[in-house]
Design a protein around this ligand. Structure first.
Ligand code: ATP
Length: 488
């Protein structure tokens, strides 16, 4: 319960989940690399999301669009003009902050002090000012709330100004020859510009969805909270195209479905909540966040947005290519087909890295256990990752109890019989207790031990990560047993 972010960060590094990027050069702010266990866990999360979208729904198909897109894409989407965060500098510390985050932190302080109404008022005011783009008033709010710089402790703020979060680069090898191109700040636009390609080639009828997993880049003003806010990150987005007028229903359907997903991958229901937006993005008609209670509070992991026909209409105007769909279902009110329209969109957008962090925070367990008996009895803290077996980087570790009497050979036989079906490992080094500990720390659900009895009757012990209990089982049953546990 008292898990701190720093415990998670050091665990992630020590056990090969997440490393600071280019660490030998002291790292690069807000950029991280995934290690051997991290990449497995992240791939498992991505695979489950992909399956939940495309395999469970006949009418959701995937794409993999490029990171670079025609520069007009970002004009049409509104990102060139409006993908900004309000920036403010402190003149003493010369540190940059997001003005809205400073105010939100203040509201969190009020909330922690039991002043719920004051916190809510402050957030409502902030939302209103940002919607009106009244940056002078945002600065006044910072000053009147006596918000100080966390570094210098002073209230010596510059004016608040808008800062565009998109990264750009040269579009061609020949300098001066080509327009600036952007690194996509979201994967959604790759879906919108392919709407008709996908609809026609996959012979989809509205309502249908397009899913995509891919990198996105944002020049975030403040980098903090580990992989929660990165400058290069991965999104898992699905745009669901619907007949205008039905978007409310679909919004509710996906809102519920997405919450069920997070519960199914193991996030505790009481640590999940919906948070309706006070401040709507330029494209949105309705928006809700799914928040998870991280060690640093409830924060967004996924956004569900009712985007109306904003994006497709914008692309239609700028590209001069019709983005319409002919709906030949009969409208009961007119007795005629619904005909041509630009579909409305309900979007679900989750950060793979934020889901990863939530999963890690949820799984991280410290428990006090008693080891040994009588004189030798001692209490210890056991740390383990209580990951859903479907997410665990390694599903089973196979150990010969000792390195002799044919046990290693038998263990290898088992390893060879399982490795085509699951990521498994075999380990002979160190005492058995140490080997269990290593697997606990990376969340391996099963440790299979070959002992003297194995050589006589072809049974092994299976030690369970969460309960530490051991059960005896014929080798021939292992595959089905593990398969059952890791299925989703
Ligand atoms: P925030 O308000 O936290 O900046 P956002 O509302 O801008 O997030 P969206 O544009 O809705 O986020 O993006 C959808 C999802 O992408 C978010 O729910 C989050 O999981 C993920 N995401 C967005 N920005 C980042 C980032 N800088 N690092 C990691 N994940 C991110």
């Amino acid at each position: 319960e008292n898990t701190q972010l720093k415990d998670i960060v050091s665990h992630a590094k020590e056990y090969g989940f997440v490393f600071p990027s280019s660490e030998i050069y002291d790292g690069l702010a807000a950029v991280y690399d995934y290690g051997p266990n991290g990449v497995e866990l992240k791939n498992n999360l991505k695979r489950l999301w992909w399956q939940a979208m495309t395999q469970l729904h006949q009418n959701v198909v995937g794409i993999d669009a490029a990171i670079f897109m025609a520069p007009q894409t970002w004009v049409a989407s509104g990102h060139v003009a409006g993908f900004n965060d309000p920036l403010v500098d402190n003149l003493d510390s010369k540190k940059r902050y997001r003005a809205d985050v400073l105010v939100e932190d203040k509201a969190a302080e009020y909330e922690a002090a039991g002043q719920q109404d004051r916190a809510a008022d402050l957030l409502a005011t902030l939302g209103r000012l940002l919607t009106d783009n009244d940056l002078a008033a945002v600065k006044e709010l910072i000053v009147s709330e006596k918000i100080v710089c966390p570094i210098s402790g002073t209230c010596n703020w510059t004016d608040v100004r808008q800062f565009n979060l998109m990264y750009s680069t040269q579009g061609s090898a020949v300098e001066g020859d080509a327009a600036q191109i952007y690194l996509r700040p979201e994967t959604a636009q790759g879906i919108f510009v392919n709407f008709l390609n996908v609809q026609k080639s996959a012979r989809q009828k509205v309502p249908f969805g397009i899913a995509q997993i891919g990198k996105a880049f944002r020049n975030e003003i403040v980098a903090r909270q580990f992989i929660f806010r990165m400058r290069e990150f991965e999104q898992m987005e699905m745009q669901f195209f619907v007949r205008p007028g039905t978007e409310g229903e679909w919004y509710n359907t996906w809102k519920a479905a997405r919450r069920r997903f997070h519960e199914a991958v193991g996030l505790a229901p009481e640590k999940l909540r919906f948070h309706d937006h006070d401040k709507l993005a330029h494209y949105a008609k309705a928006a809700v966040d799914i928040e998870y209670e991280f060690p640093f509070g409830f924060k967004e992991i996924e956004g569900i947005h009712s985007r109306s026909d904003f994006d497709l209409t914008q692309h239609q105007e700028l590209s001069r290519k019709k983005q319409q769909y002919f709906d030949n279902d009969v409208n009961p009110e007119t007795g005629k087909p619904y005909g041509n329209y630009v579909p409305y969109v309900v979007e679900t957008s989750v950060g793979a890295d934020r889901l990863f962090l939530a999963t890690l925070c949820q799984a991280y367990q410290e428990e006090t256990i008693i080891e040994g008996e009588g004189e030798k009895e001692q209490t210890k803290t056991r740390t383990f990752l209580k990951l859903h077996p479907a997410l665990a980087p390694i599903k089973a570790a196979i150990f010969p109890l000792v390195k002799k009497d044919g046990m290693p050979e038998k263990a290898e036989e088992i390893f060879n019989s399982l490795r085509f079906d699951f990521p498994v490992i075999m380990e002979e080094r160190d005492a058995i207790g140490k080997r269990y500990t290593r697997q606990d720390l990376i969340g391996t659900p099963f440790c299979i031990v070959v002992d003297g009895q194995t050589l006589e009757d072809d049974t092994v012990t299976v030690r369970h990560r969460d309960s530490r209990e051991q059960t005896r089982m014929p080798i021939s049953e292992l595959r089905a047993y593990i398969g059952q546990a890791v299925s989703f």
